[in-house]
Ligand binder design. Structure first.
Ligand code: GLY
Length: 254
């Protein structure tokens, strides 16, 4: 309350607070592509929101993510599809405001596998997208076009059965004050590995940091453990002096 109301860390957005029921559990992200009538699910994913290892410290946009998310078992997956995504898409259509686009439900799953929706975002998740994209075998553009044309009933999405994991490299100090404009040298890409850019810019053909969350080193592996090992090996090849990253992304799944 002191941070929000007195220090005004969120500016005017924090001028009022609402006290709500506390919800305990494990967070997961459930993202569906919707065409106004139908929603089709993306692969499951989970991110790590806290800045420090062991899920400690302040919340961030996400310091790393992986897919699939073992916490989202088949029963939870179907429950969310029926009672969250489909229910929302149906209700919006029946209210005359059909929803087309990515619908991202932030979920809290409690000890008895009860699911609550914490929030909806009308976008993909960052950094959940990076591991999800590594596993997507279908053409993303074709899927988006089918969604805008109300044709998702005609498509199936193909996924790589392997796991994927991405580690966010942030500017030291994030999510508080951090410096920008640091030169970064990247390793060359190889199969099953990819570095996604977020807060970067190009100056004189060189890459510089230009934000809080800057890169996401992402890898595919036979399981989350292997994807984790590969992602950290890739990250170690990035030459950037003041990078900060968590060292335990994926620990909950492993
Ligand atoms: N990773 C959390 C978000 O995209 O909102």
């Amino acid at each position: 309350i002191d941070i929000i109301l007195t220090k005004k860390s969120f500016g005017e957005a924090g001028s009022k607070i609402i006290v709500e029921e506390r919800i305990d559990g494990i967070e997961a992200s459930y993202i569906a592509l919707c065409d106004g009538n139908l929603g089709i699910p993306m692969a499951t994913s989970q991110d790590h929101k806290r800045i420090f290892d062991n899920d400690k410290g302040p919340n961030t946009g996400g310091m790393g993510a992986y897919s699939p998310a073992p916490i989202v078992n088949e029963a939870i997956f179907n429950d969310v599809m029926d009672n969250v995504i489909r229910a929302t898409v149906d209700a919006m259509a029946s209210e005359g405001t059909p929803y087309t686009g990515f619908l991202y439900a932030g979920l809290m799953i409690d000890e008895s596998n009860q699911v609550k929706v914490l929030e909806y975002n009308c976008r993909f998740g960052d950094p959940e997208t990076q591991p999800i994209m590594m596993r997507l075998k279908s053409n993303l553009a074709s899927l988006c076009i089918a969604a805008t044309q109300g044709r998702l009933n005609e498509v199936t999405i193909e996924w790589d059965a392997r796991a994927s994991l991405g580690v966010v490299m942030a500017a030291d100090g994030y999510p508080e004050k951090y410096i920008k404009d640091e030169k970064i040298e990247l390793p060359s890409h190889s199969k099953n590995l990819k570095i996604f850019h977020a807060g970067t810019k190009i100056k004189n053909n060189n890459i510089y940091s230009n934000g809080g969350r800057v890169l996401c080193a992402t890898a595919l592996g036979q399981d989350i453990q292997q994807a984790q090992t590969r992602a950290y090996k890739l990250l170690e090849k990035v030459d950037w002096r003041n990078a900060y990253y968590r060292t335990d992304i994926g620990f909950k799944a492993i």
